[in-house]
Design a protein around this ligand. Structure first.
Ligand SMILES: [Zn+2]
Length: 78
């Protein structure tokens, strides 16, 4: 298995079709898992509307041993 480093979480605004960095930084995936069990809202940087943060519209950014960045959708991560 390739070594990977967790970098950050991103949220998708379905209205604008863009990914943006989650302003909430919990540090670990486990913390995210716990935090997103209840309703969380964040602000879209484009339109300023409230976007719900749930597993269907979030993804994690990782970096592998070669420095390549890749993403993992939140859905089945936990
Ligand atoms: Zn938006």
């Amino acid at each position: 298995m390739t070594k990977r480093t967790f970098i950050k979480c991103q949220i998708k605004c379905k209205e604008h079709g863009i990914w943006f960095d989650s302003p909430i930084y919990f540090g670990t995936q486990q913390a995210y898992s716990n935090a997103f069990t209840s309703d969380n809202l964040t602000t879209c940087p484009i339109g300023g509307e409230m976007v719900p943060c749930d597993k269907d519209n979030m993804r994690f950014e990782f970096r592998d041993g070669n420095g390549r960045v890749f993403y993992e959708e939140g859905k089945d991560t936990f």
